[in-house]
Design a protein around this ligand. Structure first.
Ligand SMILES: Nc1ncnc2c1ncn2[C@@H]1O[C@H](COP(=O)(O)OP(=O)(O)OP(=O)(O)O)[C@@H](O)[C@H]1O
Length: 350
């Protein structure tokens, strides 16, 4: 894999002095394939930023560039203000990198792997060994301390990978599909660990295809498509943004009483599709408005068996990115359009 060197690389133009990651103008081609095109991205400290996009949109290529493991054709990356092109070693000391597969020395024990990593990051032998034991305890792998990594299950490998990525207490953490192969309990732990690291000030960038997982772990979302950043948005509490709610009667059908009540109130709705998607979908301006609508319907004697938020802001942003630009934001057949479409190009904000 190409290593970044400082030779003949121009200095980062003065833009802002960020903690975390600031990248702009990133491009990388593989032959004719433009995997990343003029991409801009910021990953602020103290927050978890979700990186989402369709297959082949350039997420892993971007992650590898940010981790200083792949050299971009153009562009700049700073890590805690350090120019990663000119000083990749300095940047790497601040970065924790968890790839989607562990890729370790399989015959070494878990303790040896983490101890070796600690030494590579400049710790003394005693310090590295103590840190290795501490990390194994953190990821609940102490019982495997003296066993070779090849005996670990996929989920255990992921936990060892997280321990390895954070052995040197990085201030930036890059996680590529971290929940792959984790059982539900381990996923919840991972979410809590990632949130705790962000609370401690770490800048976290995490990519995953499991949007529900990302939604509960992330503060922000960056959506990429065709190698470019198409939107960046805060996943703030949905207090007063437009939301979609699915409403169904006791038979899980749309129900004449329900549709009549909505029509009388001038509330547009669309029909659900399929057995699991029965009922109607309406757009409301925030949870307060949703609560009022529910109270009103029940007050009017409409039988309601299901009333729940539909999709999520992250899902909306992702689906909007999957659609070709020409289709725009038609709302995907629901009463409300995606809420995140108007988000600015990442890098123009901050
Ligand atoms: N080493 C490589 N050689 C040739 N093409 C590559 C290489 N790495 C990536 N690509 C191409 O670059 C594009 C972006 O790939 P990348 O792996 O970054 O996407 P991704 O968003 O991570 O995809 P996925 O979600 O499927 O993992 C794809 O078209 C891919 O085929």
């Amino acid at each position: 894999m190409t290593q970044i060197t400082s030779a003949s690389i121009p200095e980062v133009p003065q833009r802002r002095v960020p903690g975390g990651i600031d990248a702009h103008g990133l491009s990388r081609s593989f032959g004719d394939v433009k995997a990343v095109r003029e991409m801009a991205l910021s990953v602020p400290p103290g927050k978890v930023t979700a990186l989402v996009g369709p297959n082949g949109s350039g997420k892993t290529t971007l992650m590898l560039i940010l981790a200083t493991l792949l050299r971009p054709d153009t562009g700049f990356v700073t890590v805690d203000g350090i120019d990663a092109m000119r000083d990749p070693q300095g940047a790497r000391r601040r970065i924790g990198w968890m790839p989607d597969t562990l890729g370790v020395w399989e015959s070494l024990t878990c303790l040896e792997i983490l101890g070796t990593m600690g030494r590579l990051y400049g710790m003394s032998g005693a310090e590295a060994d103590a840190r290795a034991a501490e990390q194994l305890e953190w990821v609940q792998l102490t019982e495997f301390a003296k066993r070779p990594a090849r005996v670990l299950s996929r989920g255990q490998q992921q936990r060892l990978s997280l321990a390895r990525a954070t052995v040197h207490r990085p201030s930036v953490l890059l996680l590529d599909e971290p929940a792959n192969g984790l059982d539900p309990g381990s996923r919840l732990r991972l979410r809590d660990d990632v949130r705790q690291m962000a609370a401690d000030g770490v800048a976290v960038l995490v990519s995953s295809h499991v949007l529900s997982e990302l939604e509960e772990m992330s503060d922000r979302a960056v959506v990429v498509r065709d190698g470019t950043t198409v939107s960046a948005s805060e996943l703030d509490d949905a207090a007063d943004r437009e939301l979609r709610y699915r409403i169904a009667g006791p038979e899980n059908a749309q129900g004449a009483a329900l549709t009549r009540a909505l029509e009388e109130r001038g509330i547009p709705y669309t029909h659900g599709r399929g057995r699991q998607r029965a009922g109607v979908v309406v757009a409301v301006s925030g949870r307060q408005a949703a609560a009022q609508l529910l109270a009103e319907l029940v007050g009017a004697g409409v039988p309601i068996a299901h009333f729940a938020e539909e999709g999520s802001r992250l899902e909306d942003a992702y689906l909007a990115a999957e659609r070709p630009a020409a289709q725009g934001s038609s709302g995907a057949g629901t009463a409300a359009g995606p809420a995140a479409n108007a988000a600015p190009q990442e890098g123009e904000t901050a």
